[in-house]
Design a protein around this ligand. Structure first.
Ligand code: ATP
Ligand code: MG
Length: 430
């Protein structure tokens, strides 16, 4: 990927105006490596195509060209926004000043000549960058009404950069309006808020802006839900979850959502008997996670992964008492590494010690792959050969056989066949 200097130089040499713009300028000025580079230019798409014959037009956007991995877009102003999502038309412009006005936040509205270091600042973006402020360009109410997704982008940038939201920009958030944005786009923004490295701030800002109650009422409900102080000296369910998010750093989406949702079942399962209890919150929470993530149109892989994290996060205390077969099956689960990471955060974000975490790590380090997943001593075909009719009993016998093998009760094929013969002849063993 070009860092924009060759592309802007080539455009300038051909007589056009061209600048790096947006997020990459913001990141460069902050000393952060940009994820991607955007170029804005007076050249029209056809001019860009002539200059860079290998340029690829980028789908949904009007006349944006991809050149060596860099998005090159003609200066433009947006037409009317009818649906709160995107402009109905755009108009090409010849100068960057007009282009700056359509961008979302002042820190995203700066232009940079990567060769000379010259900066164009039509929106006072440099001052906000230095002061750490996310401020809408122009009237924040109007800007959020044009494109409601900007409300979540404001939270995301404030969280990730650890900036303040300008009070007028924060006050302009209209949580109800977010309903017009597709679940997929909301999910993508929320996921970035959770995974970009400062998720607890993101959650606090979502809460302050009213977006949390609108988008994730089940998470809002964790506030004020008291926990037994002997296990959770840090405070209520919300405080505990935020504490874990604070320790999370940048993370994979499934782990981040798992942390956010691991105790989501607590508000609805809270009882006060001998002490505050949340019986079954793991099972209830896992179902709630499915409902929430389906509502947000998350992929079924992610939903399954997160449901596993929520459902199994309370199994660690049993760990030292597990039979070898149960322990091995627990440890070899597809996403056990992320469950273990969640458990660690759960301990560090609460009053828990890392004893079972270290125990699990130790077991994982000491169990050879063929102890965790031994080659089967017998197969379904052996069971059928013993006269068991095809059906569910075959699978359950194989599973019991594996259990005995994992427990070290059987280690050869002869032993396995003898064991199976005995099971099959026993009256109603399985
Ligand atoms: P990052 O890529 O790190 O998330 P970014 O600022 O580069 O942040 P992009 O979504 O890549 O964000 O967009 C590039 C630039 O396009 C932004 O910096 C901003 O100037 C402009 N932009 C993007 N989305 C919007 C929007 N919804 N409304 C107005 N301007 C936008
Ligand atoms: Mg970008």
């Amino acid at each position: 990927m070009d860092d924009g200097s060759e592309i802007t130089s080539a455009l300038r040499a051909a007589g056009y105006s061209a600048w790096l713009v947006g997020g990459c300028v913001r990141d460069l000025l902050l000393g952060v490596p940009p994820k991607d580079y955007d170029v804005a230019t007076s050249a029209r798409p056809a001019d860009i195509a002539r200059l860079f014959p290998h340029a690829i037009p980028v789908g949904a956007h009007f006349g944006v060209m991809l050149v060596d991995g860099v998005e090159v877009a003609t200066y433009r102003t947006d037409g009317a926004y009818a649906d709160g999502r995107r402009p109905e038309s755009i108009q090409y412009e010849t100068n960057p000043a007009a282009d700056a006005q359509r961008r979302d936040f002042t820190i995203n509205g700066l232009f940079l000549n990567p060769v000379t270091g010259e900066i164009l600042d039509f929106v006072n973006g440099r001052a906000d960058l230095a002061a750490g402020i996310i401020r809408a360009i122009g009237d924040p109410v109007a800007r959020f009404a044009e494109d409601h997704l900007r409300m979540l982008r404001a939270v995301r940038f404030a969280a990730r950069l650890n900036f303040q939201l300008d009070p007028a920009t924060l006050a302009a958030v209209d949580p109800i309006a977010i309903r017009k944005i597709s679940a997929e786009r909301v999910f993508a923004e929320l996921t970035r808020i959770l995974t970009d490295g400062n998720a607890h701030r993101g959650l606090e800002l979502l809460d302050q802006s009213g977006l949390l109650a609108e988008l994730l009422p089940e998470i809002k409900a964790m506030q004020g839900v008291a926990q037994p102080p002997e296990y959770h000296p840090e405070g209520d369910v919300w405080v505990h979850t935020l504490g874990m998010l604070k320790l999370l750093g940048s993370a994979e989406p499934a782990l981040a959502w798992g942390v956010l949702l691991h105790d989501v079942g607590k508000p609805v399962t809270q009882t006060f008997s001998d002490r505050i209890r949340f019986n079954g919150h793991d099972r209830v929470g896992s179902e709630m996670a499915r409902v929430i993530l389906s509502r947000l149109r998350a992929s079924s892989d992610l939903i399954e992964h997160v449901q596993y994290l929520v459902a199994d996060h309370m199994r660690f205390p049993e760990l030292p008492k597990m039979k070898p077969s149960t322990l091995k099956r627990f440890l070899r689960a597809e996403h056990f590494r992320s469950l273990l990471a969640l458990h660690r955060l759960d301990c560090l974000g609460g009053g828990g010690r890392l004893g079972t975490y270290e125990f699990a790590q130790h077991q994982l380090a000491n169990l050879a792959p063929d102890e965790l997943r031994p080659v089967p001593l017998a197969t379904g075909r052996d069971v059928l050969a013993l006269g068991v009719p095809a059906g569910p009993r075959v699978g359950s016998l194989i599973r019991s056989l594996e259990e005995a093998q994992l427990n070290g009760e059987l280690s050869t094929r002869d032993e396995a066949l003898a064991w199976l013969t005995q099971q099959v002849s026993a009256p109603t063993s399985t």
